[in-house]
Design a protein around this ligand. Structure first.
Ligand SMILES: Nc1ncnc2c1ncn2[C@@H]1O[C@H](COP(=O)(O)OP(=O)(O)OP(=O)(O)O)[C@@H](O)[C@H]1O
Ligand SMILES: [Mg+2]
Length: 409
């Protein structure tokens, strides 16, 4: 049964402690007591057995860190969150090494304190449940990226397919690309692959699918990306619901580092499910007024659902640099959000699409490719190796005669 967490505050300054207690009470957290460092903190924590300790840590660190270590040794299952007016790395590191579960910087903000306390408590609870064998063994989980946009024709499929290839080829990740376009399903055409089985077939047979048989439903593109195409008949989507989408994506995420979901320019139950499962949502927009207006609404919807989570929701401007009379900083101002990535407008994209060879493969040096390859590397957390510049002359050529020398007797 859920109940209000009990937190004790450790702060040697009574006045400041009273303010922290007030803040905690304002967010509905019970604070049975507060106390100073040392024996007082240890004795109180042992007798009250709180759910969490919120403790101030300031320089000089000896006393607070000693108290933290003692609390952690004595009650390893009670998380301690520390807070400080200082934000230096040494202090944070000392606190974490001594057993702190998280670190907050003053001035404390009620929402941040609430979020931190509940996240830490949930993590502890999961840990304890796992120890007691009440949770299933954790399965590996890849990152799910939902490429979404409020409008048709703004480059969602271009971004999804090229990003998938870039992650596979440039960042050496295993990648699944799922076509969730419930109307036209362009991924197969863009990637020039045959469609024998689709997401609808996989969803239907999911109970009988394991890691090996999963491969029968995927088409491996020459780039290494495993593609799960959309059904060739749009009516096949009718038999799929949000549960199917969750299950299919889940099984792919257990076997791939990244699962990329391409969505249509409309909103329906399938798209809602694709957004719901996304670890990250790339909201694609372009510089025209209609797209920006729809993106404002889409962003509002996403923020209503997930909160203002900048890590989860990233806006990608496609066809940047195109002259529509709308400036990029106006877009940021209208959306009240920074553009996370910009993909330049590039005629090579259209040419590459017509040839059925995505641009990051066909023209990896083009400006759109460079942006897409850089984006993939940023997502995978790797540094992109810039292609070596080709030139007729290099210093190493001059030095070559001296690089390998015969051993002389
Ligand atoms: N950065 C770019 N520069 C130039 N052309 C682009 C760029 N990105 C996409 N395009 C072109 O825009 C058109 C639409 O792209 P795409 O099919 O990826 O859009 P979409 O949002 O997936 O459309 P739909 O909603 O119909 O699925 C294509 O012809 C594509 O080649
Ligand atoms: Mg598309």
């Amino acid at each position: 049964m859920s109940r209000v967490p009990q937190v004790i505050v450790v702060d040697p300054d009574r006045e400041r402690a009273a303010d922290v207690v007030k803040l905690l009470e304002s967010i509905g957290i019970e604070v049975p007591s507060s106390c100073g460092y040392g024996v007082e903190a240890f004795t109180l924590a042992m007798s009250m057995e709180p759910d969490l300790v919120l403790m101030r840590v300031e320089e000089p660190l000896v006393r607070p860190i000693q108290t933290l270590t003692r609390l952690h040794d004595g009650m390893p299952d009670v998380p301690v969150v520390v807070f400080s007016t200082q934000a230096n790395l040494r202090l944070m590191r000392q606190a974490l090494v001594s057993g702190a579960s998280d670190y907050l910087q003053e001035p404390l903000k009620p929402e941040e304190v609430e979020e931190t306390i509940f996240t830490v408590l949930e993590r502890k609870e999961r840990e304890q449940m796992r120890r007691r064998g009440e949770l299933e063994e954790p399965a590996p989980q890849g990152t799910i990226i939902t490429v979404f946009g409020a409008k048709g024709g703004i480059g969602k499929t271009t971004v999804a397919s090229n990003l998938a290839i870039a992650l596979a080829r440039e960042a050496h990740q295993s990648v699944a690309l799922v076509d969730m376009d419930t109307r036209f399903g362009d991924v197969a055409i863009t990637m020039d692959i045959p469609v024998e089985r689709s997401i609808a077939d996989l969803a239907r047979n999911l109970d009988n699918v394991d890691r090996e048989t999963l491969r029968d439903y995927l088409v491996t593109h020459e780039s290494g990306v495993d593609i799960l195409p959309a059904p060739t008949r749009p009516s096949d989507w009718r038999n799929l619901n949000a549960g199917h989408i969750r299950d299919v994506v889940d099984v792919l995420a257990q076997t791939h580092d990244f699962v990329i979901l391409d969505t249509p320019g409309t909103f329906n139950e399938i798209v809602a499910a694709a957004i719901e499962v996304g670890s990250m949502i790339l909201l694609v927009t372009t510089l025209d007024m209609a797209s920006i207006k729809d993106t404002v609404l889409a962003l509002e919807m996403l923020q209503e659902r997930f909160g203002d989570d900048e890590e989860r929701i990233k806006v990608v401007l496609n066809r940047s640099g195109i002259d529509t009379g709308v400036r990029e900083d106006d877009v940021e101002a209208t959306l009240d959000t920074k553009l996370w990535w910009r993909i330049p407008n590039d005629d090579e994209v259209v040419k590459a699409a017509q040839l059925g060879r995505p641009i990051v493969m066909g023209r990896p040096d083009s400006k759109a490719s460079v942006a897409l390859l850089d984006m993939a590397c940023a997502l995978a957390g790797v540094t992109r190796k810039k292609p070596a510049r080709r030139s007729g002359f290099s210093l190493s050529m001059l030095l070559r005669p001296f690089t390998f020398m015969r051993k002389t007797a």
